[in-house]
Design a protein around this ligand. Structure first.
Ligand code: FAD
Length: 227
């Protein structure tokens, strides 16, 4: 019988796009030992393709904007099929998340008077998209990765090990979420380079694996968007 390597973590985050990296940072900042696993290279997530910008009702270009209008636009754009609570959180928190990215090193385009610029985008009533030229997703991923590296450097100083509380497993695919009875207990993983299997055990598994755009024959979604 093959011996499987098993590692214990507090949190396993599956996916290293914008969603996964932000979740991993939060878990690590709350003191949880966190593993991030992604099936392609670190930094290659679909998020890098986002060009238009980040919708956030900062009201920098049109002062009439607010989170309620953003919430309405989001629900309307989703034909009211959206999970409304998620849409509400998104609309309420987006401006704070944009500011947070700037404090972590992102630099958004500016209005003539120096505020974060916002532009029009389909489905949004007001100019609302904070952007970095046409490479917003790239800047977002770069910034979140930089934040992860800075947390790892803190851990190196404190524990002598960069990966003591935050480790990235790249080019590794989760093929199964494991359960112990009714509870999630970890993830079964496959490393592309070596072909080895391993298990990450954790009482919390965050699925941030993106969408399933590749189910359409013609799509601008990246090849790995397979759900
Ligand atoms: C061309 C284009 C332009 C866009 N422009 C914008 C825009 O301007 N503004 C905007 O808000 N949105 C835009 N979007 C949408 C936006 O890019 C996505 O909604 C967003 O990037 C999703 O982020 P995510 O973190 O959920 O997923 P992703 O960035 O796709 O990350 C998913 C992660 O999960 C990993 N993964 C998947 N399955 C597994 C598995 N089994 N095991 C291990 N890892 C796995 C992947 O390797 C990856 O790291 C655009 C989309 C496209 C296609």
């Amino acid at each position: 019988m093959t011996q499987l390597e098993r590692q214990q973590w507090d949190v396993v985050v599956v996916g290293a796009g914008g969603a996964g990296l932000r979740a991993a940072i939060e878990a690590r900042e709350r003191g949880r030992r966190t593993a991030v696993i992604c099936k392609s290279l670190f930094g290659k997530a679909h998020t890098v393709m986002a060009e238009g910008g980040i919708a956030a009702s900062m009201g920098n270009v049109n002062a009439g904007d607010n989170w309620q209008v953003h919430f309405r636009d989001t629900m309307r754009g989703g034909k009211f099929l959206n999970q409304w609570r998620m849409a509400e959180l998104h609309a309420r928190e987006a401006p704070e998340r944009v500011w947070e990215l700037e404090t972590w090193g992102a630099l958004f385009d500016r209005t003539p008077d120096g505020r974060i610029s916002q532009r029009n985008f389909g489905g949004h009533e007001y100019p609302r998209l904070a952007h970095v030229g046409d490479r917003t997703g790239l800047e977002l991923i770069r910034t979140l990765q930089q934040k992860i590296v800075s947390l790892q450097q803190q851990d190196k100083r404190e524990f002598g090990d960069y990966e003591a509380r935050l480790k990235v497993f790249q080019e590794c695919t989760v093929t199964r979420v494991l359960k112990d009875g009714e509870r999630v207990s970890g993830a079964f993983c496959y490393e592309r380079e070596s072909g080895r299997f391993f298990v990450l055990e954790a009482p919390a598994v965050v699925l941030a694996t993106g969408g399933i755009g590749k189910s359409f024959k013609v799509t601008s979604n990246s090849w790995e968007y397979t759900g």
